[in-house]
Design a protein around this ligand. Sequence first.
Ligand code: GLC
Length: 540
Amino acid sequence: MRSFADGDGDGVGDIAGLEARIPHLVDLGVDAVWINPWYPSPLADGGYDISDHRAVDPTFGTVADAERLVGALHRAGLRVLLDIVPNHTSSTHPWFRAAVADGPGSASRERFVFRTGRGVHGELPPNNWRSQFGGSAWTRIVEPDGRLGQWYLHLFAPQQPDLNWHHLDVRVDFDATLRFWFDRGVDGFRVDVAHGLFKDSGLRDVEDSRDAAHPHWDREEVHEVYRSWRRVADAYDPPRVFLGEVVTGTPSRTARYVRDDELHMAFNFDFLEAPWRADDLRAAIISTLGSLAEVGAPATWVLSNHDVMRHASRMARDQDLVDGHNLVDLLDLPSDPELGWRRARAAVLLLLGLPGVACVYQGEELGLPEVEDLPADVLLDPSWERSGGTDPGRDGCRVPIPWSGDRTPFGFSQEGVPPPPLPQPSWWRSLTVQAQRCDPSSMLSLYTAALRIRRAHPALGDGDLEWMAEAPPDVVDFRRPPGLRVVVNLGATPVALPDGRPVLASCPLDADGRLPSDAAAWLECDDAPVSDGQVPNEDA
Ligand code: GLC
């Protein structure tokens, strides 16, 4: 929300700005929006440090504005998901303030994870766990008597103390938060760090504390919480939905979160993290669909979000050298922006051609690249400071959307008001919504056309995927019955297309009607031969 559109002229995106841009969402053709946290927050982590889960930060508006927005989105035919952040609060949350003030052994400390430190005077953290943003996952507090005292756990920034999910107050409070927003018409939640929440009660040391197989990730106890949330959601008419940010390391562990009495969907990070290579993408698709079929849940495909380097920039790198999906991982690799743009065009036809739910991160429909050269003094991501200035963090994908005009802030806010905290590059004038809307060759036109076809074509959206047996190794080629074929050429040379009527392509076909390198096409193709279920060219 902060970087979508500013309606009140303070340089920060808000509810009024989003409301005014509903027509863009309708033109684009999406059918739901997910809004990042809009709750009161000191912004130690972009709003994922929340001091009141049942209020709206005044920067964005009021709860009444939020209700009006939900109504306006519904009237436009769009559903709305909010973000719920159950793993931690802000250190300014009244519960945490009470926990610090009430002292060791108090009931209020039980809602968080406080421990006495190791060492003769408790001067060492209780264990060796590391924060996701760098440094220890423990911070020592000053007790009410002025002396250094206990430590509290924060798997993210120190301003984000972890909640103790064994405590009944925590469960009751989150139920109240779900109902508060459901009662206001919200259609569901994206669940932040859904694989977190519970910690191994022994809090034992680990060898690699950032490892996914860690005693504070993906613990069995968490499933009972989602079963109880599901009962809350199912009591509404229409039932509300949950989309989990679930990071477990394997599709089969992730599938356990979307069993039929738990969350409805989980982002597919294997697909997001796969390099732009046919075998990696195929493997991610196959393992995802296989694991989800076992629990009967839909797949949820995503290429970019507010936490990773924008995919147009990830794909601009030599994919054989790519290791990681954050700016810090890829900054030093040479970049070919035109290649990234071209691949991003092909990638969206793959994304929207897959069966299940597809998520588009604001700005990818404009082909926005990562802003890789934000000056150090504007960086907001806690990773920057926690890494001692070595990891620029995630701000490069959070730069405000360019809407119109040829000067910053490009219609994001009115000219003459405070500039947005993360500056837009001046060359984004060619990437504005206004510049792209009337250009049939633009990224926005491609997304709009693809979403329109996806909505209308019976083969797209939910349904089956059948791999084409004869596909060359560098080509991802599958059929979506009835009669739609998705062909993505990830190889270095053009490939002949199968018989069929091209309905959309990411770039012009060559003079011989072949699909060029790093391009994709959707074909209407009734007689496509179907494989015997084997992965094509598995051994190639
Ligand atoms: C999730 C959010 C991310 C945030 C973190 C801690 O991964 O997507 O932005 O920093 O959780 O809440």
